[in-house]
Each structure stands twice: as structure tokens, then as C-alpha cells.
Design a protein around this ligand. Sequence first.
Ligand code: OSB
Ligand code: MG
Length: 377
Amino acid sequence: MKLESITLHRVAMPLVRPFETSFARQTTRVLLLVHVRTGGAEGGAEGWAECVALEGPLYSSEYVEGAEHVIRHYLAPALLAAPDVTAETVGPLTAFVVGHRMAKAALEAAVLDAQLRASGTSFGGYFGAVTDWVDCGVSVGISPDLDTLLDEVSGYVEEGYRRIKLKIKPGWDLLPVAAVREMIGPDMLLQVDANTAYTAADIAHLAGLDPFNLVLIEQPFVEEDIRTHVALARAIATPVCLDESIVSVGVALDAIERGATSIINIKPGRVGGYLESVRIHDACVQHDVPVWCGGMLETGVGRAANVALAALPGFILPGDTSASGRYYAEDLVEEPFVLGTGEHAGQLAVPTGPGTGVTVRGDLVRDWALADPVILR
Ligand code: OSB
Ligand code: MG
């Protein structure tokens, strides 16, 4: 396909409640949407994708305006100049730019959406989905106090979520975990995410999580620090899972072989796209390492693709693939994600329509725009 245009929309969406982690407190999701148009026999196709970069460089070095800048000045010109672009060639065509995986991932996903819409194939069909429904977990932010936390968690349990993930940081860890475990009972899946807030000096303290039968502890130490994760994995019974550290299949294999991680959180934006995500999934299956699908407060645009990815066979743990209502009163797509009922309680249906299978609401993209769209040709 020849790309005719790449349009960038920067929007701000209000969150249904503030979301606090060890690195930030968000009340609004500022995000970048990528819209591509392709040429072709039947008048071409359109594709949409969402860049997972956050407003500021606090989770990763990438951030919304940085992603917009690198797409505008480096990545989009390379793709628009190429005579033939497919999702499979976005990686090679943009490999001259160091890093910026979230920006590259958004372009690859938008091209993939256009390409699959043109061929009538769904994301799930393209990835090799093996299930129609995926198990959903929910990520619970740091609360002002224990009562507020228990209230929020009990709401999610009532909604049917199959796994609870608590954000933790020094000073907000053992007590909230004990209180939630006590409230939800011994069998419900419970895990924690530190977003790099601890250091090697905290290893003995983190061993205090062992009695709570957690599924895993996610990314306690800074992303480059593989060796301290190895030390923690040897010192505690709770499985260690990497998020921020895993930026490619090569890094994933190194971390697995060193014993730094026994479970992997796959976030397509962080690793440079859905194609690299599938490669990490396949490598983890080969090494008997369970994976789950992470989240970045996606709107329906990114959520649809994540749910399709989570339908691959190695995604044996519930992901941060919550319903749209977890973050947004009104989603950006015509088909908001709603948890199933009955035997599908706590699950989301894998979209089956062409591409992501969701339709972007142009009216909301306009209403929530932070700037005029940037049209690149
Ligand atoms: O570490 O998984 C994380 C949100 C923003 C940045 C990093 C993370 C998260 C979440 C929320 O935990 C995941 C979601 O529900 O989308
Ligand atoms: Mg995480």
C-alpha cells in the first residue's frame, strides 16, 4: 500500500476517577491518535491507532508531544516517502530512528488497521487468536486511605473482574495488600505493581508480601536494573514480573534466562508494536513463561487491539484489559467495551470485525481535541 496521509490528533479525555501510581496522579488522559489513509484500487483504506505514551515522561522516556514530534519530523516522512508500506515493513522502514518504540508502535498499528480493513481480516484473526473471550483484571491506583481503597476494590469485584492489581510504593504496600487480601478472600487473583519505586535495600521488606499469595510483583526496581530483580526473585516466593524493563524480544529472553522475571507483562506500545508483542509471546510460550496483556489507560481504539492480542494462547493470566468504564464515562469508539455476564462475567469479547473492529467517533475526537489535527502527506 502507498500511504497517502498520516494525521495526528492530540486529545484530552476526562477519567472517571483520578489514577495514582508511584510516579504520577492523573485526572485526565492526554493522548495521541494516529489516522492513516492509504491509496489503492478500491479508493484505499483508513486505519486508526492510539499511541500509549503518557502526557509526561514519567513511566517511560516517551511522552505525548515527544511522540508527536518524532512522528512528524522523522517517522512519518520515511513512511510517506516509501512506495509500498505494510505493517510488516513499518519496523524496518523506521529502524533508523533509535528508540521511540511507542511512536513507532502507533504507526504500525494504524497501518495494520488499514491493511486488515482492506482485506476483511480482524486483528485477532491476524494474530492467531484462539479464544472469543479474554479474562480481565483491573489496575487499582494508590488511594488516599484504606477505606477508599477497599470501597474501590469491592466495586470492581462486584463488576466481575477476575483479578485485582494494586499499585504500591514505599509506605503504601503491606497494609493495603493485607487489607485487600482479607476482604477478597484467599482465592481471588491479586497482584501488585511498584512501577520502579523500590531499591535493593527494600528486598527484605518486599519479602513481607509473601504471606499474601500474590500472583506476582511487577517491576519493583528501575528498568535497567536486571540484577536486582534477579536478587529479589531468589529472595522471595512471590513471582517477579517485568513491565518497564521489557522493550524487545531480545531483552525478554535475556531477563528470562537470567532469572529476573518468571512472568511477562506485554504492552504493545512499550515493545514497539503488536508484531514484536507476538514475537515476545511466542518466545515466552517456548520458555514456559506465562504472559499477560498490560494497559496504558487505552481508549477503545487501543483496547480493541489489546483484547485481540490477549486472545493468543500464551496469555494465561488476566490482563489490564478492563472495560471502557474503568477509565472513561464515554469512550472514543462506537462500541465501548463492556464486561460479559453469566459464564462471561469478568471477560471481554474479542472484536471480530475487520481491523480493530471498532469505529472511532469523529465527533468526540473533535470535541476533545487539544490542538488542530496535524496532517502529514
Ligand atoms: O505499570 O502497568 C503499568 C498505567 C499507566 C502506566 C503504567 C501502568 C499503568 C497501569 C494501568 O497499571 C493499566 C490499565 O488499566 O490500562
Ligand atoms: Mg506496570
